[in-house]
Design a binder for this molecule. Structure first.
Ligand code: FES
Length: 112
């Protein structure tokens, strides 16, 4: 298991959501992170409905209210802190969480 630096906490805090493309030994991973209420959350950028990326616009994952993560393909809404789908075609399913940690201003993903 190893940690890989993927970005800056200050940048994530400012943007609220950011996406990252990470090169690993098993290939490229596409994830996104959320800064909400002082906490960091991260998920694989893959909708449980059609396994497509949630976003069309770079780094944009929040709905207009900023109370949910939204998949723009068919409108599914997900809770911010758990990634549970509460509306849309994948109702009851959830986003796959990613282990992300901050050390100072650095964000690290934990790779298995
Ligand atoms: S691919 Fe996300 S709602 Fe259909």
């Amino acid at each position: 298991m190893s940690n890989q630096r993927i970005g800056s906490l200050a940048e994530l805090r400012k943007a609220k959501t950011l996406e990252y493309f990470i090169q690993t030994e098993s290939g490229e991973r596409h994830i996104f992170a959320l800064f909400h209420a002082g906490q960091i959350y991260a998920y694989e950028n893959q909708c449980p409905h059609n396994q497509m990326p949630l976003n069309w616009n770079e780094h944009q994952f929040l709905d207009h209210s900023e109370e949910y993560l939204q998949c723009v393909n068919h409108g599914a809404l997900f809770t911010l802190t758990e990634g549970h789908c509460v509306y849309g075609p994948c109702l009851g399913e959830k986003l796959e969480a990613v282990s992300l940690e901050a050390a100072g201003d650095d964000l690290f993903i934990r790779l298995l």
